[in-house]
Design a protein around this ligand. Structure first.
Ligand code: C5P
Length: 226
């Protein structure tokens, strides 16, 4: 993907704030992750504005709808020149295949498997029996069969998923440089641990964005293991 695997998560609705952090860390990260908080406020114009910073962009919009609608959304996003975009694996094989087909070939399309906010009881409530791990494995396999490029998963799942998908793109949030505040993340890993387990891209938000000096935080060897 890129030489530096760290994508900084710019979780803000404000363009000026997102741009200021992006410019500050530009030389120390491999890309920018923009999520729904940013996209709902700033839309495609905001994505274009941040693309001017010159880094690859992962648009974390987790689409989930009927195949025709998701394909249309992908066609609308395609001209943005994204590096990575995602959909929910739970949308099913046809939806994932339609997403891949509608998006420009140079943009990686990956699947979210099971939201890490859901435990086994929550999954039971929505009719998914058994452990979360089994559902992650099932949806990862479905994503691969549908022609997607990889998945988003936790650092604790990546080794097993990588073993089953050698050339998959594995995007891993919940990364905390050694010794940093873990915030509301519960199961974290350091960048080195996650890469050793098979991660391709590391999503790091607050350890960089909430630091007094984001550039220094992004440049610290523990944050960008190269
Ligand atoms: O600030 P922090 O490093 O926790 O940010 C992580 C980013 O990754 C956030 O944008 C968050 O929404 C996203 N994410 C996550 N855990 C997941 C999936 C996505 O933290 N399981």
């Amino acid at each position: 993907m890129t030489a530096n695997p760290v994508f900084v998560a710019l979780d803000t609705p404000e363009l000026a704030k997102a741009r200021a952090v992006a410019v500050a860390v530009r030389d120390h990260v491999g890309g920018l992750k923009l999520g729904l908080e940013f996209f709902m406020a700033q839309g495609p114009a905001g994505v274009r504005a941040l693309a001017e910073v010159g880094l690859p962009i992962f648009l974390d919009v987790k689409l989930h709808d009927i195949p025709n609608t998701v394909a249309g959304a992908m066609r609308s996003l395609s001209p943005l020149g994204l590096a990575i975009v995602n959909v929910h694996g739970a949308g099913g094989r046809a939806m994932m295949a339609a997403a891949r087909e509608a998006m420009a070939p140079e943009t990686k399309v990956i699947a979210v498997t099971v939201l890490t906010s859901l435990d086994a009881a929550d999954l039971g409530d929505i009719g998914v029996a058994g452990a979360a791990d089994a559902q992650v494995a099932r949806l990862a396999e479905l994503a691969r069969a549908a022609g997607l490029d990889g998945i988003v998963c936790s650092a604790h799942e990546v080794a097993a998923r990588r073993a089953a998908w050698a050339d998959g793109l594995f995007v891993i949030p919940g990364i905390r440089p050694a010794g940093s505040d873990i915030g509301d993340q519960k199961r974290v890993m350091t960048p080195r641990q996650a890469l050793d387990a098979g991660a391709s891209v590391l999503v790091v938000g607050r350890p960089i964005t909430a630091a007094a000096d984001p550039a220094a935080a992004a440049a610290a060897p523990a944050a960008s293991p190269r």
